[in-house]
Design a binder for this molecule. Structure first.
Ligand SMILES: [Zn+2]
Length: 388
């Protein structure tokens, strides 16, 4: 192992307690979905850590979403920079986290967001600190953290911010939930949530049925058509997951709504999906009903580009040099903001955070030692970018 890497590893090993205590502190600052005050507090805490080592930092404030944190180092360095991406919100709402403070038992850490993804962010910050401690100046380093990933950026422009902040960078490391099987994510499906609403005409089911226009019957035709859009070969699936409508069985229903979850592999399929659903909405089966579709929220797919594959090879090589278990390239169904750095043309690897399992559940946990391992790997990957 070369001198720089040895110094970086030593720095991380000497700061193990400090890393765990920051991890504990931010896990205990609860920041569930839409809990803006908690999320913004986490942003402030991470900002302080980054500012202490000389970052130029700012927050992008949103009224109805957690703020974004952006921190930069050495933006005037001549080579294209490296990015760390993540999110500060968790999938654990306030009502589910009582009694779930950060705890460690037998080398495993528990708590809301311990894995997804506060541990990963702590690892990234200490990779940056370790590089700073050896006077790393090869490339600009930027951290971009969202405050509303778990709610698919429903009330923010975070997706656009990711794209614009990422442009021109050489590599991005998303410190999302790491996998115990050592998979490093090179591709992810995208998700979109749509609402389709049909308005009919209410009428008494006994006295006046012929003047009613049954919104449930109309939307029943449409939901079958939506389900049939699923194309397994292309990796596009439609799931009508919620149906609502009607008031009493004696009334021809005036309103009906379905909520649709769409998963897709190729960002270019977005337009086809929207067009197909809009066409189904526009076709009327029962005259006198009208149907509208609304895009609610979503995250685009993370495409496995050539650049992504090449960056994965860098991770693999760096990992081997560190003596860590060999990672493999993994494709997963769940979306992340890596989609947006890839869309900006930046090679990106995802799931570089602490390793664990059961995120989005009360059993969420992470392996404590992987906090240090991943901080070392992240720093080693960045050093590797400049090895000839
Ligand atoms: Zn996450």
């Amino acid at each position: 192992m070369d001198f720089n890497k040895k110094q970086v590893f030593q720095f991380i090993d000497e700061h193990r307690d400090e890393m765990v205590s920051l991890w504990q502190e931010v896990v205990d600052m609860k920041s569930g979905p839409h809990e803006k005050a908690g999320i913004d507090a986490v942003a402030n805490r991470f900002q302080t850590v980054l500012d202490e080592i000389g970052a130029t930092s700012r927050q992008v404030a949103f009224e109805r979403a957690g703020n974004m944190l952006i921190a930069e180092f050495g933006m005037d360095r001549p080579q294209p920079g490296v990015l760390f991406l993540g999110h500060m919100d968790t999938a654990c709402p306030a009502e589910t986290v009582a009694g779930r403070n950060f705890t460690i038992r037998d080398g495993i850490a528990y708590g809301p967001g311990v894995l997804d993804m506060k541990g990963g962010i702590v690892a990234a910050l200490y990779a940056i600190k370790a590089l700073d401690s050896i006077g790393y100046k090869a490339r600009p380093v930027k951290v971009v953290l969202a405050g509303d990933e778990e709610v698919l950026h429903a009330h923010s422009e975070a997706a656009d911010v990711f794209v614009s902040e990422a442009k021109g960078f050489a590599a991005a490391f998303n410190v999302e939930t790491g996998f115990k099987d050592n998979g490093i994510v090179v591709g992810r499906k995208g998700v979109m949530r749509l609402m389709m609403h049909t308005k009919g005409v209410a009428a008494h089911a006994g006295n006046d049925p012929e003047n009613g226009r049954n919104a449930i019957e109309e939307i029943a035709h449409k939901l079958l058509a939506v389900q049939r859009l699923t194309d397994w070969d292309k990796g596009i699936s439609f799931n009508v997951g919620v149906i609502q409508g009607g008031t009493t069985s004696t009334t021809v229903p005036e309103e009906a709504t379905i909520y649709i979850d769409v998963r897709y592999k190729d960002p270019d399929d977005y337009a086809w999906i929207m067009k197909s659903v809009e066409e189904i909405a526009a076709k009327t089966y029962i005259e006198g009903t009208t149907t509208t579709v609304r895009y609610m929220e979503g995250i685009k797919p993370m495409k496995t580009t050539e650049g992504v594959k090449q960056l994965f090879e860098v991770v693999k090589a760096a990992s081997a040099e560190c003596g860590f278990v060999e990672p493999y390239a993994k494709f997963v169904g769940g979306a992340s903001d890596s989609a947006y750095s890839v869309l900006a043309g930046v090679p990106t690897v995802c799931a570089m955070g602490v390793k664990g399992a059961r995120n989005h559940s009360p059993e969420e946990h992470a392996i404590v030692d992987t906090l240090f391992e991943r901080a070392k790997l992240l720093a080693a990957c960045i050093l590797k970018l400049d090895e000839k």
